[in-house]
Write a protein that binds this ligand. Structure first.
Ligand code: FAD
Ligand code: UDP
Length: 365
């Protein structure tokens, strides 16, 4: 008889939500994580009284009232609205692309003028239906915005040409003809008051968690502890890379404490020129309207992924999509192993989507 109903590999959002839901069904879960903390990429570290998003800025947003109520049942969320600035060679622009951006770029004051400006630029390009990120971006916002605010950022973020990237990535960003700097279109948005750890701690309450435990160092013994395994790590690693390596993009975070109370006046400033090596500077206190005397900033540097680094982003191009399908076919044939989350499903999931996926999976178990 196994000791546990479920071994859950990964104490990130997928693993934590799944464990919580199964515990409600009186199932016994063991959660393991190779890191020294729970939370996966939403983990926060308190530095100088500020919740520092250790693995990059995380802003919660969803259109789904059920998901919003679900997360709020563990921790109260504040009314933070993400409205990043873009810095292109010292010029500042509002994001996402909206009337403020169009005014800053061209001096246009009405939606009709802005639309005309974009139409003029798009018409000159003679684009057919967009096949890649560059064509998609150009057809949405025209040449000026593409050159100043998209091309450089995208190419350093992904480490490849915008013509070699899937179009869907740029569709994450709204384009609107109102003076509205809200980065998201979703109905609900905010940051957990006191940081994301409260959310994860609430989800994992009463559940056994073993940290600094790498599944691959002891996979057979660990799997023998439970009837079923839920795996939220890299699916290609799970299958010993037998069909080849899926590609990922990694990041490097440079966190600094500064002796000033307000460094950049905003939580997120994107640096959109290619020759600035980082993509964004995060000033964490602004997520929670902090009044601390010091501040903590993080420069986020895109990085090539290799062994020993964290795999932050799946690169969902044609090659990787085809390769993932092969791994996914193996996964589907497993009777006692469930694959879930950003790395195991190889999906550019946001938090609310991971939670929805984990809830769905738990309902089916
Ligand atoms: P993860 O958080 O990656 O958790 C997986 C866990 O599994 C990790 O803790 C890992 O250590 C563990 N693990 C992996 N392999 C093993 C192993 N072999 N043994 C033991 N443990 C293992 N989403 C939003 O909604 N809004 C945002 O603003 C936002 N910003 C983001 C910014 C960045 C820079 C990144 C990278 C992501 C962002 N996301 C955002 C997405 C969000 O982080 C994910 O949707 C979510 O955290 C994924 O949860 P997960 O459980 O699938 O994966
Ligand atoms: N993007 C851009 N300029 C920006 C911000 C984003 O070109 O100032 C593009 C870029 O290709 C990026 C994508 O839009 O990868 C999605 O941006 P998002 O902010 O959603 O990325 P994430 O927070 O997931 O890294």
């Amino acid at each position: 008889m196994a000791n546990y109903d479920y071994l859950i590999v990964g104490a990130g959002l997928f693993g934590a939500v799944f464990a919580h839901e199964m515990q409600k069904k009186n199932k016994k879960c063991l959660v393991i994580d190779k890191r020294s903390h729970f939370g996966g990429n939403v983990f926060c570290e308190n530095i100088e009284g500020i919740n520092v998003h250790k693995y990059g800025a995380h802003i919660f947003h969803t259109n789904d009232k059920y998901i919003w109520d679900y997360v709020n049942s563990f921790v109260e969320f504040n009314r933070y609205t993400n409205s990043p600035m873009a810095n292109y060679n010292g010029e500042l622009y509002n994001l996402p692309f909206n009337m403020n951006t169009f005014y800053q770029l061209w001096g246009v004051k009405t939606p009709a003028e802005a639309q005309q400006k974009i139409r003029d630029q798009v018409d000159q390009l003679n684009l057919k239906s967009p096949n890649n990120l560059e064509e998609q971006a150009l057809s949405l916002v025209g040449t000026d915005i593409y050159e100043k605010l998209i091309k450089g950022y995208t190419e350093k973020q992904w480490g490849r040409k915008a013509t070699e990237l899937p179009a869907f990535i740029i569709k994450r960003l709204p384009v609107r003809f109102t003076f509205d700097n809200n980065y998201f279109n979703d109905k609900y948005q905010g940051i957990p008051i006191g940081g994301y750890n409260k959310l994860i701690a609430g989800l994992l309450e009463g559940i056994e968690v073993r940290l600094e435990t790498d599944f691959f160092e002891n996979r057979n013994d660990l799997m023998n502890l439970a009837d079923k395994t839920v795996f939220t790590g890299k699916i290609d690693e799970f299958y010993d890379y037998q069909f080849g390596n899926l590609e990922y993009r990694s990041l490097r975070f440079d966190h600094r404490i500064l002796e000033t109370d307000n460094f950049q006046g905003n939580a997120v400033v994107n640096y959109t020129a290619f020759d600035v090596p980082y993509t964004r500077i995060i000033e964490h206190k602004h997520f929670e309207f902090g009044k601390q005397t010091k501040t903590v900033i993080t420069k986020e540097y895109p990085d090539t992924y290799e062994d020993g680094k964290e795999a932050y982003y799946p690169i969902n191009d044609d090659r990787n999509t085809a390769l993932f399908k092969k791994y996914s076919a193996l996964a589907k044939s497993e009777l006692n192993i469930i694959f879930g989350g950003r790395l195991a499903e190889y999906k550019y999931y946001d938090m609310h989507q991971v939670i929805a996926a984990a809830l769905k999976t738990s309902r089916e178990c």
